[in-house]
Design a protein. Structure first.
Length: 171
């Protein structure tokens, strides 16, 4: 197993929808993305961090997108698709995979912030290319196979107070 060391170059890929829904369903709370990035970097050299987000017609998430950008996280924005009959789709899986493969040339470690088992083939591919692959997610909403194939699984549930935003008193 590859270990973390100061000289490692790291890229972070945050599946915002996956994290948002996990935090909401498990804790009725929101994620502290600055704490996520700090833990993902772990005193190594951050090359780039990406957050994959979905824009709705109302645009209410604009301030959230700006907050991510202010943290130094590059946001990749995709519009929510709405189909006849009310089905809505907002999925970044292919975009995350393409960016991770593209960035892997320039880094030693990839941190995928998601519990989505769809990323298992990506993790296996990157590891076969000699990259360290770490998964950060909430244990209860993370694929067990994804946790297994990663070089390291960082369980956000071990210290939820660190990774969740404090609730405002009027909420």
């Amino acid at each position: 197993m590859l270990i973390k060391h100061k000289g490692q170059r790291v890229a972070i890929f945050i599946d915002v929808q996956n994290l948002y829904h996990s935090a909401k369903n498990l804790y009725n709370s929101r994620v502290d993305f600055s704490a996520i990035v700090e833990k993902a970097v772990s005193k190594r050299n951050l090359i780039r961090s990406f957050a994959y987000v979905i824009r709705t017609k109302t645009g209410e998430e604009k301030s959230f997108f700006e907050a991510l950008t202010n943290l130094g996280i590059e946001t990749r924005i995709k519009d929510l698709q709405e189909f006849y009959g009310g089905l809505k789709k907002g999925d970044w899986d292919v975009g995350i995979v393409v960016d991770a493969i593209r960035m892997s040339i320039n880094v030693d470690a990839i941190v995928l912030v998601t519990g989505d088992g769809d990323f298992i083939p990506l993790v296996e591919y990157l590891k076969n290319r000699g990259k360290r692959v770490e998964i950060m997610a909430f244990e209860r909403s993370a694929s067990s196979k994804l946790k297994e194939v990663a070089d390291e699984f960082i369980d956000l549930e071990k210290s939820p107070k660190k990774f969740l935003l404090k609730k405002k008193s009027h909420e």
